[in-house]
Design a protein around this ligand. Structure first.
Ligand code: NAI
Length: 331
């Protein structure tokens, strides 16, 4: 099936072509993000393959539909970048990757937490500069602390299990209870209790209308003073300006993020030779107790291999008229 692959980096091309070797789809790769402006690149392609920062909104979908696209396959779990209702109106099926190494993201969240708490990135920068002073590098033991997990699905549960292994008390909040989370030692509490008792809060819920800005000024004010916030889920879960205000007062003791609400214009590109006009991200990276990575939590050999294989399998199933097991829930 002719498939336009948007936001394609070199590793996307390599890994998707590898997964496609037996399937034989005709893949056309574009580095561009999919937007209404770039949608014409997919002319003649029945399938379109996108990633997290593509803008698959109603305008883009109208153009895709008119050009003959019948399937949108996102190389991600989250699908908040796709207007699913508009896709349904145009008769375009939307598939995602529900199952790929959740360990990749959970392990990275733990890494971010350790990095910000123990100031590992700062220490590394110092020693490269011949500075072996420990001043300003003190962290705290995670052992014996309370870790709050918002969203106890696949990733949140693995994160909880790892943190329980560190000797932490793990509390969680999710509209749906997970036996696996409780087996990992987690205890369900209200959001309020989670915020007030947790030394670390880690976000593992999807971005929806209900979760947008789940961490806002009000939530930050109710959080335990000096706690660390980790976000490897979606940038829109956190009101970044409110987080900056809380960092300034010390109410928020540290922030570790792999996702950022305005990341679409920044992430997955080398902007090191340009002037970055986003003052919010520039302010964030200036804090000694903030660590920012560019949406790389999923980026392991295992996860990428599974993502690409599932994507190709979904396109093949669509071509054969089979049931789409990874279809996103209806709008
Ligand atoms: P999942 O679907 O297994 O778990 C999500 C959980 O969040 C579910 O249990 C759901 O009930 C819960 N949830 C929904 N609304 C909630 C609310 N208002 N409050 C608390 N919990 C709520 O998804 P999975 O695989 O664990 O992924 C979680 C998120 O991680 C994804 O939605 C995605 O945004 C993010 N992600 C980030 C990646 C990265 O590279 N940074 C890679 C993969 C996923």
């Amino acid at each position: 099936m002719k498939t336009a692959v948007f936001s394609a980096r070199r590793y996307d091309r390599t890994m998707l072509e590898r997964a496609n070797a037996g399937a034989g789809h005709e893949l056309r790769f574009f580095e561009d993000r999919l937007t209404a402006d770039s949608a014409s690149l997919a002319k003649g392609c029945e399938a379109v393959c996108v990633f997290v920062n593509d803008s698959v909104d109603a305008a883009a979908l109208a153009i895709l539909a008119a050009q003959g696209t019948r399937l949108v396959a996102t190389r991600s779990t989250g699908y908040n970048q796709i207007d699913v209702a508009a896709a349904e109106r145009h008769g375009i099926a939307v598939v995602r990757v529900t199952d790929y190494s959740p360990h990749s993201v959970a392990e990275f969240a733990v890494g971010l937490l350790l990095a910000v708490n123990r100031k590992i990135a700062r220490a590394s920068a110092r020693t490269r500069d011949g500075n072996f002073d420990l001043e300003g590098l003190m962290g705290f033991d995670l052992h014996g602390k309370t870790v709050g997990v918002i969203g106890t699905g696949k990733i949140g549960t693995i994160f909880a299990r790892i943190m329980a292994g560190f000797g932490c008390t793990v509390v969680g909040h999710d509209p749906y209870r997970s036996a696996a989370f409780e087996e990992a030692g987690g205890r369900y509490v209200s959001v309020d209790e989670l915020l007030s008792c947790s030394d670390v809060v880690s976000l593992h819920c999807p971005l929806t209308d209900a979760t947008r800005y789940i961490v806002n000024a009000d939530a930050l004010a109710r959080a335990k003073r000096g706690s660390i916030l980790v976000n490897t889920s979606r940038g829109g879960l956190v009101d970044t300006e409110a987080a900056i205000a809380a960092l300034k007062t010390g109410q928020l003791g540290g922030l570790a993020i792999d996702v950022y609400e305005q990341e679409a214009n920044l992430f997955f590109q080398d902007l090191s030779s340009t002037i970055i006009c986003d003052d919010v991200i520039q302010r964030l990276v200036s804090f000694p107790n903030v660590i920012v990575t560019g949406h790389q939590a999923f980026f392991t050999v295992e996860a990428i291999g599974q993502i690409m294989q599932t994507t190709i399998d979904s396109i093949s199933a669509f071509e054969r008229g089979e049931e789409l097991v990874n279809r996103v829930p209806r709008a």
